[in-house]
Design a protein around this ligand. Structure first.
Ligand code: ATP
Length: 595
């Protein structure tokens, strides 16, 4: 209970922080709107009574002015309508501000989170629940709270009015609505648990939907004729979720019918009572109209009140998902004592590193130790799955090793602020990014803070052999590349790779890591880049991962990884003399060209 109240308080804090002014306006408008209906009912009674009096008055009685109450009714009716429209506007505006605020929180959290989270399916479940609920749930809490207060206030006023008729009617008004509220609470729990359980299935159907509609899968899907197969997988997954949900809603609808029968009985008793009292002359026509309206209005307020209460209960269940995501802890941070992040002076030492991905029962990296000296070119080679890319991720501190450590000029990288530490690295990842932005921006992404980057962007593009291509695009470096937006130009995979390389070179970081940087490059460009490799890296400490041994052989030192451990290390000549894995891989590859 305490935890639920905390969530509640936290949500209201979020709503208030997102836009205090509009939140206040929303509350004020809601309170105002609870007063007008009551005023209207009372004024209607006055109008009916005055008109009845005027119609049945003897000529001798003084004139009864019915105009004044009629005008008052119209004014209050207008104010009620106007406040409803204005209140709608205020609500929308406040909801928009909150949505922007919540997206800000979600996105800021997502970019800070430890990358290890992306290895866990539970993380994606948590993210998808938070993304679904965060933009609107806190507001729903506020609106339900305001509706509850408004309905309570109005209900108290209406009940006071009905009490003047007979106390049992006021009790009846309350009791008739109890089955309805119980039902909503019961089904709120049921629906929440159901939706939580269904998150993995919902992600699965979203994935099949992407396979059917996305750009990337579209070619294989057509070629292999996979469309109907994915349609059937989507349908199965989608129906599995929805049929269960419809079942729950069907049961709820049936039972709601029964709860409405209770309300209808209460209405019947009240109508009979009011009719009886009016016929016996105990109520004037105006009073009769007033009580009828008051009872109907009271029913509506009770529905609103209990609806808001049940809504709050439901909100509280769901908002927990948002806080679960926002409160995920980051472990890749700077541990005390924090060391300043300075450019590399001497060396990076990897000492006895071991690492296992979550969910795997084998180590991807086992007891790996080696040094990278400043200015050295190191090549990492080894069969697929040897752990090369994982080692790069550990080096960039995307994950922390399970044991061992990485020392950067003698400081454990755990003691350096990760964001500052990563500024020393420039990397072309195997799965580099394609940004559907201008060609120039695609390169500038390497250092978004650079103030006047034009000259250096062109220089980087020239080095990787992509300048001419960009220059000939319709708007040169301003041309949007990719195929998502109007007026954009799609590039070939190799051209994208040249742009990714240019991006990495544009970032003037002292350590350069290239993970399979030439897998899609044409032979000319590859030859051009690697024959000038030292000139291009300009003394930067470089780590090259490649399966092309002609490129690898230019490194100062070659580390051969196999099944997560270092199998051998040395210069090209040393490893060739040794006749081990490197020798075998090199000769196998070169024999294909010398036959
Ligand atoms: P390649 O030459 O094919 O690029 P690699 O040497 O770079 O391979 P890694 O990508 O580091 O190899 O992967 C090493 C092993 O780690 C894989 O065989 C796989 O079992 C495991 N692995 C890699 N990425 C993940 C991941 N995200 N989650 C779980 N296990 C992973």
């Amino acid at each position: 209970m305490k935890e639920k109240l905390n969530l509640f308080r936290e949500s209201l804090r979020l709503v208030w922080n997102s836009t205090p002014g509009w939140t206040f306006a929303n509350i004020v408008m809601s309170v105002l709107r609870s007063i007008f209906p009551l005023l209207l009912i009372w004024l209607l009674k006055v109008v009916v009574d005055d008109i009845t009096k005027a119609a049945t008055a003897l000529p001798s009685t003084p004139n009864i002015n019915v105009l004044l109450p009629i005008v008052a009714v119209v004014i209050i009716w207008f104010l009620d309508e106007a406040s409803s429209d204005f209140s709608n506007y205020v609500r929308k505006k406040q909801a928009l501000k909150l949505e922007v605020y919540m997206y800000g929180l979600l996105h800021s959290k997502a970019i800070k989170l430890d990358l290890i989270n992306f290895e866990r399916p539970e993380y994606f479940d948590c993210l998808s629940r938070a993304a679904r609920e965060a933009p609107w749930r806190p507001n729903s809490i506020l609106n339900n709270l305001v509706s509850m207060l408004r309905a309570l206030l109005s209900l108290l006023l209406m009940t006071g009015l009905i009490l003047t008729l007979h106390w049992t009617l006021a009790v009846l008004l309350l009791v008739a609505n109890i089955p309805g509220i119980w039902l909503r609470l019961y089904y709120a729990d049921m629906l929440y648990n159901f939706q939580r359980q269904q998150t993995p299935e919902a992600r699965k159907s979203a994935y099949f939907n992407w396979l059917l509609t996305g750009d990337r899968p579209s070619r294989e899907l057509r070629l292999f004729g996979l469309g109907n197969y994915f349609i059937s997988l989507f349908k199965k997954s989608f129906l599995k979720q929805k049929e269960e949900e419809i079942n729950i809603i069907r049961k709820r609808t049936l039972i709601e019918l029964i709860s409405n029968l209770f309300k209808a009985s209460a209405l019947l008793i009240t109508l009979l009572f009011i009719a009886h009292q009016t016929i016996r002359g105990k109520l004037s026509l105006g009073q009769m109209a007033m009580f009828l309206l008051a009872f109907r209005q009271g029913m509506l307020y009770i529905k609103d009140l209990f609806g808001a209460l049940a809504g709050l209960y439901e909100d509280n269940l769901f908002i927990g998902d948002t806080f679960e995501f926002l409160n995920l802890k980051e472990n890749v941070t700077a541990a005390e004592p924090v060391t300043e992040s300075l450019p590399l002076k001497k060396k990076i030492v990897l000492d006895n590193l071991s690492f296992t991905y979550p969910g795997n029962n084998f180590s991807t990296i086992s007891n790996v130790s080696f040094e990278i000296k400043k200015g050295e070119i190191i090549a990492l080679v080894g069969p697929n799955g040897a752990g090369k890319s994982t080692l790069v991720r550990l080096l960039c501190r995307f994950y922390d090793p399970d044991s061992g450590n990485i020392k950067y000029d003698g400081s454990d990288i755990r003691n350096i602020d990760p964001e500052e530490y990563r500024k020393h690295f420039s990397v072309v990842f195997q799965d580099f990014m394609l940004y559907n932005l201008s060609a120039g921006e695609n390169i500038r992404m390497g250092n978004i803070d650079e103030k006047s980057p034009e000259g250096r962007i062109k220089a980087a593009a020239t080095t990787t052999g992509v300048h001419e291509l960009i220059d000939n695009l319709p708007y040169g470096y301003e041309t949007v590349i990719g195929n998502l937006f109007d007026d954009s130009r799609e590039l070939s995979w190799g051209e994208w790779q040249k742009i990714a390389l240019a991006r990495a070179l544009f970032r003037d970081a002292p350590i350069l890591i290239l993970d399979e940087p030439s897998s899609a490059l044409d032979a000319d460009t590859e030859y051009d880049i690697f024959s000038r490799f030292r000139e291009i890296v300009r003394g930067r400490t470089s780590i090259l991962i490649s399966h092309r041994f002609t490129n690898v052989s230019l490194a100062d030192r070659i580390i051969v990884l196999d099944k997560g451990t270092i199998a051998e290390a040395g210069t090209h000549d040393e490893l060739m003399k040794r006749g081990g894995i490197y020798f075998t891989m090199f000769t196998k590859q070169s024999s294909r060209f010398t036959r």
